[in-house]
Design a protein around this ligand. Structure first.
Ligand SMILES: [Zn+2]
Length: 163
């Protein structure tokens, strides 16, 4: 078991944070943005970046080659649907995708939108960590949190509308 401190200050003990989230044991701040039979999407509010979405599998697996055929199709479908919603609702031009198999949680892909202010931290993979740290340490204020919550609501609405 691992102790995890949530953004609301509560501490929970879980085997795997992703399992706790995808099973509904822990409700992510801002709620579930989108959910299918196999995947679960939410914003990681620890990093107040509008439209930063975590797409996690529901099964406790770690590696890409553990996905079943039907999960693979579902994954690419949801990933591109979220991507489209980021563009249409939030005007996000570019997204960085990050996914590590040696995670302490389970299979989850980060979709990190690219904003103008991020370029001072460089480009491509080298900029990801400083960008996330900057967001967590310098942008953790009422104003950005409010913007992030509004973005979550718009994305959730868009992704769950019939089309
Ligand atoms: Zn898990």
């Amino acid at each position: 078991m691992r102790k995890i401190t949530l953004s609301n200050g509560k501490t929970v003990e879980v085997e795997c944070l992703s399992c706790a989230l995808t099973s509904g044991l822990i409700e992510p701040d801002g709620g579930v943005v989108y959910e299918s039979e196999f995947f679960h999407a939410h914003q990681d509010v620890a990093y107040p970046i509008k439209g930063l979405i975590i797409l996690a599998s529901k099964r406790h697996i770690k590696c890409f080659d553990e996905l079943t055929e039907v999960e693979k199709l579902d994954y690419i479908k949801i990933l591109s649907r979220i991507r489209q919603a980021q563009r249409e609702v939030l005007g996000i031009e570019y997204v960085y995708y990050f996914y590590n198999e040696d995670t302490t949680h389970h299979f989850h892909t980060w979709m990190v939108p690219r904003y103008e202010w991020m370029y001072e931290f460089g480009r491509s993979v080298e900029s990801i960590r400083p960008v996330l740290l900057h967001a967590r340490n310098e942008m953790n204020n009422k104003e950005s949190i409010k913007e992030v919550m509004e973005a979550i609501n718009s994305l959730t609405k868009e992704l769950n509308s019939c089309y």
